[in-house]
Design a protein around this ligand. Sequence first.
Ligand SMILES: [Zn+2]
Length: 250
Amino acid sequence: MKEKNMLQILRESRYTVVLSGIELLGESGYPLLRDGDESYDIESKYGYSFEEIFSSGFYSARKELFFRFYKEVILKAAEIPPGEGFQNLRKLQDMGLIHSIITRRIAGLEDRVGCRNVLNLKGTVFNNKCPNCGKHYSMEYVKNAKGVPLCEDCLVAIRPEVCLFGEMIDNGLMTRAAGEVEKADVLLVLGSTLHSPLCSQMLQYYTGTHLILVTESEHYSDQQADVIVYGRSDDFVRSLAEEYEKEQKG
Ligand SMILES: [Zn+2]
């Protein structure tokens, strides 16, 4: 289907929800920590896999190493700015073509470009809290702390408000996300298979008219989509934004 028709679908939709997947993150130059070369690098440098070290069990038992990894890998990656795909996502929202965004990524890229109505299911690295007194801390505070970051008042370890492996996503957030998907005429999946954890969690609530999937490679689950576009998500959103701008001028 051509972008023109796609634009038409989005125009006619009363409510469009985006599921923002991992490919969009990769297109911004972010390392894909579970796959690719990075996972091997993590294992040889820290002696544990990404899933092992970024888990609630590890956080409880080995805070020193957890925070070393967290600062050197997770917060280091978060220094990479949101790429063009996210900038154009914001444009589509300003144009009124998309209404809310749901993601499991923790870099907060949608928030950083100024998108609104973003549900970060697994939290973001920008929220950190003392589990004892509830005081909030910035990402910079965590990054600049020597070793384990401690609450200034209680001297207990500050907890990044992100969902670690082995932890459940906050119930209230899941309910809100389900509500968004239920409202959607159009569900736009950017850069993920329909088999991903994000889609597996959300698709059950979807009863709209068009499920649009944009992904770089084929997967057996693709056929569930009403419209499939194989390619980069950042290219897809850019061409949509350009098409819209051209029409406005014409
Ligand atoms: Zn405290």
